[in-house]
Design a protein. Structure first.
Length: 252
């Protein structure tokens, strides 16, 4: 069964304070669910920084995948699946320790935005997949090269903090069951492909995020490595097959 899953979303706008649940989280979650449903996604992972929260909210046909974005000693790692840790302490675990913890709990580990504010790619951490990030998709070719070098599947995630950003990148995957465990299995077995959707607001948001990340030094050394084609938002796949309108989520 082919499904579309956004594997990287946050239920609050900013993370400039310790990772913990906030009163806004349920509001943000409800807004994200509404947009995901409107855009035809089948599932959405909630991956807040260093904490995992489950919400008592009716999400209809949208499957919610528990997750957490762990701040390891070398950068962020997404843990998604049926039983991620409820909370982690930033910069306390190595990537290998995060991976061991996730695998012990039946989850998979995705390396998000590997060329933005991360050194995980420089380690020998045995992640299960690498991500094309919807917030900053410029280094697509670099991510594809990294995946090829490590023989890893590629997934897509929006990295949405605001509702309008949900689904701007997502993963098309072949699952045996549309459950957190089934989604983790599909990633683990490489039955995935990424999609990046070109929408009018996203192009300007990506430009803004790109400027912010450059000013912060989070993408140092990346700009001179990407090809001109990578500079624009792309919709593609690891196989290089062209995208047509049927490749967008069903509600787009």
């Amino acid at each position: 069964m082919m499904v579309d899953v956004d594997l990287h979303t946050h239920s609050r706008f900013f993370h400039g304070f310790p990772g913990r649940p906030t009163p806004y989280d349920e509001v943000g979650f409800r807004l994200h669910v509404a947009v995901a449903q409107a855009r035809g996604l089948d599932a959405m992972a909630v991956t807040n920084h260093d904490y995992c929260t489950e919400f008592d909210v009716d999400t209809g046909d949208l499957t919610i995948v528990p997750g957490i974005e762990v701040s390891s000693t070398a950068g962020h790692l997404l843990v998604v699946g049926p039983d991620p840790p409820a909370q982690t302490k930033p910069n306390m675990m190595t990537p290998a320790e995060v991976i061991d913890l996730a695998h012990d709990r039946g989850c998979v580990v995705v390396l998000p935005h590997p060329f933005r504010n991360s050194r995980v790619r420089e380690t020998d951490a045995a992640v299960d997949a690498v991500e094309i990030n919807g917030k900053h998709p410029k280094p697509t070719s670099l991510v594809e090269d990294l995946a090829a070098e490590r023989d890893l599947p590629i997934v897509g995630g929006s990295d949405a903090h605001y509702p309008i950003e949900v689904g701007r990148a997502f993963t098309r995957m072949d699952v045996e069951s549309l459950t957190p465990a089934g989604i983790a299995d599909a990633i683990r077995e490489g039955r995935t492909d990424y999609r990046i959707v070109r929408r009018f607001p996203d192009q300007y948001l990506r430009a803004l995020y790109g400027l912010v990340h450059r000013l912060k030094g989070h993408t140092k050394g990346v700009a001179e490595k990407v090809t001109p084609e990578d500079g624009a938002p792309v919709v593609g796949s690891r196989s290089g097959e062209p995208r047509d309108e049927s490749d967008a989520p069903k509600g787009s």
